[in-house]
Design a protein around this ligand. Structure first.
Ligand code: CA
Length: 225
């Protein structure tokens, strides 16, 4: 079992490494978010312990980027028992959280649970109606027809499908798919949606991508008429 600890406070990370190694885990350490993300993408860890307050790139930024390609279980550490932080972390795909300060035995219990559980199975394949998204091979099909998407279109579709039947605003989509915020008058999201829709929905009796005027977009099967 191999754990990645992303934590910038040397005392805390040394303490976690020692404790986890004594409990039989192999432990890698990263002292900032950029290094943490790099290690998380390069290796297949059983669990990642991810501090929220980190230099370079914070824990939320790491989690958001990591979830585009990997479903490694993430236990994130919040500075205090802050409800907003906790909710945000779970929304971004964190699996569990622990507020600082915490007792090591509690962290160990959470890590063990996540390691046992492994990455969720459904995250390998998402199906909406006859649309199938294979997250491992990054392939998309509708019925028996294979659909070729650009990496950006794939990320966009993945986001909509992960949150299916939920209306996502342009801002949410922009920050999640492009890692940035666009000016409100930018039409980059609209353009991307239009292209994706042409590939996914054109000529189909059941439409999947819908516009909710003035609010955003959602994905769910609805009859074309
Ligand atoms: Ca920190």
């Amino acid at each position: 079992m191999r754990i990645l600890v992303v934590e910038d406070e040397p005392k805390t990370s040394a303490y976690l490494k020692k404790g986890l190694e004594e409990s039989g885990y192999e432990v890698d350490l990263a002292g900032d978010g950029v290094r943490g993300l790099q290690l998380a993408q390069e290796h297949n860890y059983d669990v990642i312990v991810l501090d929220v307050m980190l230099p370079m790139l914070d824990g939320f930024g790491v989690l958001q980027r990591l979830r585009k390609t990997k479903s490694t279980p993430v236990l994130f550490l919040t500075a205090r028992d802050d409800v907003a932080d906790r909710v945000h972390g779970l929304e971004l795909g964190g699996d569990d959280y622990l507020a600082k300060p915490f007792a090591f035995v509690e962290l160990l219990a959470r890590v063990r649970t996540l390691a046992r559980r492994g990455p969720p199975r459904e995250s390998e394949l998402i199906a909406v109606g006859d649309l199938e998204i294979d997250l491992i091979r990054r392939r998309v099909r509708r019925g028996t027809t294979r659909i070729d998407l650009t990496p950006r279109e794939f990320s966009l579709l993945h986001l909509l499908a992960r949150r299916q039947a939920e209306v996502l605003s342009r801002t949410q989509i922009a920050s999640s798919v492009w890692d940035m915020n666009f000016d409100s008058d930018s039409n980059v999201v609209e353009v991307a949606i239009r292209r994706l829709r042409a590939k996914i929905d054109e000529g189909q009796p059941i439409r999947l991508i819908h516009t909710v005027r003035g609010v955003g977009y959602l994905l769910e099967p609805r009859s074309a008429n």
